[in-house]
Design a binder for this molecule. Structure first.
Ligand code: SF4
Length: 276
């Protein structure tokens, strides 16, 4: 089947894939029916840190002199002028978020950026069409970073902020929490391969920037992010399963989701009868 000649079943934003496999019914209302809820302060902080760190890495990629103070300014400006409405009801005040944006952006630029060689920053993918037995799924989105390892392989790096973005290791060190991020990283990997025309043979990586007082930063790798998405011939990949949902129009609810609440689900009060 040539995916180029087929109308897609749906256009799926790369960042929404984890939500599809958390509660598909919520995903349906948010992504196909356009139900929106304002984002909280934590999400606004994440967007701001992404903007600041990306500006810093892009300067380096362009061969320019990158200054941490400029990256911090970009992050603070993004926080002060959010594109979407922000509801500061998640325990974070604008002043606290501003202080964290300064700290996290500075730490990333001083501690993480110098240890990485990126070949792309915020790599846009306008349309990746993936053929399945149910039809074509079109994926769009932006890959945070493509990094080059010392052995020449390339892999995806994705910046994640959050209160539990890092965890202690058994040996007393710290690593980024990677659990549950493989779906998104897999999609980013496929998008980056299409946008760059190169295979991503290196491990995918999370760069965790934690929004707690000490602002710990750490990285963590996931070696195989493609098999869960693409399957291996013996079991269907998650993209095949998603295409089945899109084709059938059946989006199972998950009232046991950690995010099943009025705060995190815009369908909770208005459209969903499946929760308690
Ligand atoms: S209220 Fe719960 S079960 Fe219903 S759509 Fe939202 S997350 Fe899913």
């Amino acid at each position: 089947m040539d995916p180029n000649n087929e109308e897609p079943l749906a256009v799926v934003r790369a960042s929404s894939w984890p939500s599809l496999f958390d509660c598909a019914y919520k995903w349906y209302w948010q992504n196909l029916m356009g139900l929106r809820s304002p984002s909280g302060g934590a999400a606004a902080l994440g967007t701001a840190v992404h903007a600041g760190t990306a500006a810093y890495d892009q300067q380096i990629l362009d061969g320019k002199f990158a200054q941490i103070i400029d990256a911090v300014d970009v992050a603070r400006d993004a926080l002060a002028n959010p594109r979407d409405e922000v509801l500061w009801d998640d325990g974070l005040t604008p002043n606290e978020a501003d202080a964290l944006a300064v700290k996290l952006t500075s730490r990333y630029c001083a501690e993480v950026a110098p240890t990485r060689t990126y070949t792309a920053v915020e790599l846009q993918c306008t349309a990746l069409d993936i053929a399945t037995q149910h039809g074509v799924v079109r994926v769009t989105g932006t890959t945070d970073r493509v990094r080059q390892l010392e052995d020449g392989r390339k892999g995806i790096s994705d910046v994640k902020t959050g209160g539990r973005a890092t965890e202690k290791t058994a040996t007393g060190g710290r690593r980024a929490v990677t659990k549950g991020h493989h779906i998104q990283l897999g999609i980013y990997t496929l998008m980056a391969e299409q946008a760059s025309g190169e295979r991503m043979e290196g491990p995918a990586e999370i760069i965790g920037l934690q929004t707690t007082k000490d602002t710990p930063c750490a990285t963590g790798e996931i070696s195989d992010v493609k098999t869960p998405l693409l399957g291996d011939g013996k079991f269907p990949g998650l993209i095949e399963i998603a295409a089945g949902m899109l084709k059938s129009g059946v989006f199972p609810p998950n009232p046991k989701s950690m995010l099943c609440s009025a705060k995190y689900c815009p369908a909770h009060a208005s459209h969903c009868k499946y929760h308690d």
